[in-house]
Design a binder for this molecule. Structure first.
Ligand code: RTP
Ligand code: MG
Length: 169
């Protein structure tokens, strides 16, 4: 029994330390068009916007499949955003994303990735449409309140980065 539990833990619990692409393997290989992944970023959690943002997400018709309040180390934040490694803002992004707690969640809705990107608005809040989450809650392009996956594949990878199968309902 002990051995079985140990194996389950090894397989199911993410340590956030592997390269992001490696999370598209193991038990969680499904890529679905009705799932996306989000984070409420540290600027928004520290300003008390978590409740307002989650409420807007639910009002828009998304349901929650998994959710946690956590904090990334610089190493974990660097892994999560490794695709931007060569960009000039990478260091700032990693330091910001590890500066305080976040809320990570897997969301479900038809056409989830595109609909969620529409709901959050443009990366730069100055260019975001009225009523979008970033327009309402983001202060700048660097500190822009929420993350949304940009493809079904990345939604699966990012969800696997944060959540085991045992944490999804
Ligand atoms: P996200 O991945 O967080 O949902 O944001 P996004 O797709 O709208 O934008 P992306 O190009 O993926 O950039 C990731 C995050 O990097 C920060 N950023 N800073 N200072 C800058 O010019 C700059 N550009 C991007 C933002 O926090 C952005 O959300
Ligand atoms: Mg992005």
């Amino acid at each position: 029994m002990q051995i079985i539990l140990y194996k389950l833990q090894k397989i199911q619990v993410s340590d956030y330390k592997q390269p992001l692409k490696s999370y598209l393997c193991g038990p969680n290989i499904q890529i679905m068009s009705n799932r996306t992944f989000t984070m409420v970023k540290p600027d928004a959690t520290s300003k008390g916007y978590t409740g307002g943002i989650l409420d807007q997400i639910l009002q828009a018709g998304f349901t929650i499949k998994a959710m946690k309040w956590t904090r990334l180390t610089p190493e974990q934040a660097g892994n999560f955003y490794a695709v931007h490694k060569e960009r000039p803002f990478y260091g700032e992004l990693v330091s910001f994303m590890s500066s305080g707690p976040i809320v990570a969640a897997i969301l479900e809705k038809d056409n989830a990735v595109a609909d969620f990107r529409k709901l959050i608005g443009a990366t730069n809040p100055a260019q975001a449409e009225e009523g979008t989450i970033r327009k309402k809650y983001a202060a700048s392009v660097g500190e822009n309140a929420v993350h949304g996956s940009d493809s079904d594949e990345n939604a699966a990878i990012e969800g696997n980065f944060f959540f085991s199968e045992l944490e999804r309902f």
